[in-house]
Design a protein around this ligand. Structure first.
Ligand SMILES: [Fe+2]
Length: 217
């Protein structure tokens, strides 16, 4: 297959198509939720995927290390329907260390994330950041806050969230956790680990993010 003078590997094209299909499956799932924040996220993701080129601008690169963390959790079940969708594309997801520097201090090497939709992501959008997030067993993501309105969706495994002044409450596959702008929140993976989708809407600038570890750790 050739486009603008370069040869594109057909395996690579299939990988791109699989990632796009996964993102669209996630948007479909969110679009059927009753929460307004989920339906808004679905709409923004769909605009990004519909505007994407037929062929990738950035190559999906196999991520064997991340896949070795994530795949056992996807196989452990019971997961949400999203777990099945993620199973086939997990090695192609552009997993990386989270960008917020302070997270490393608390979670270094025991978590990875991707941003599949966003300003500089595979699917371009200035309205939403959307991707996947993995935390190893028993890892704590300390109290933090940001201007963005956020949802987390548990795909597989489980964990607990503390929102505002509330205590930690357990959540499992298929649960949506809604975080309003600047609401302090913390989360902790259970002894299986925690695989999630995340989405930021509104002010998605990383400069509007603060870590306040407090006495969670
Ligand atoms: Fe957050």
């Amino acid at each position: 297959m050739e486009r603008t003078g370069r040869v594109v590997d057909p395996v690579f094209v299939r990988g791109w198509a699989s990632l796009k299909q996964f993102v669209e499956t996630c948007a479909d799932w969110l679009g059927e939720r009753p929460e307004d924040v989920c339906r808004r996220a679905a709409g923004a993701i769909c605009i990004a995927t519909e505007g994407a080129p037929d062929l990738p601008v950035v190559a999906p690169v196999e991520q064997p290390v991340a896949a070795s963390l994530v795949l056992p959790l996807l196989d452990a079940g019971p997961g949400s329907p999203l777990a099945a969708a993620m199973r086939s594309v997990a090695p192609l997801i552009p997993w990386r260390e989270p960008p917020q520097g302070e997270i490393e201090k608390y979670m270094g090497g025991r978590n990875c994330m991707s941003r599949l939709v966003g300003p500089d992501s595979l699917f371009r959008s200035d309205a939403i950041g959307f991707g996947t997030f993995y935390m190893a067993p028993d890892v704590l993501y300390p109290r933090h806050m940001h201007a963005a309105e956020e949802i987390y969706v548990v795909v597989s495994g489980g964990g607990s969230w503390a929102l505002g002044d509330g205590g930690f409450e357990e959540r499992g596959p298929g649960n949506v956790i809604h975080v309003t702008p600047w609401l302090p929140h913390a989360l902790r993976a259970n002894d299986q680990g925690l695989l999630m989708l995340w989405a930021w809407q509104g002010n998605i600038d990383l400069d509007a993010y603060r870590m306040d570890a407090g006495d969670d750790d």
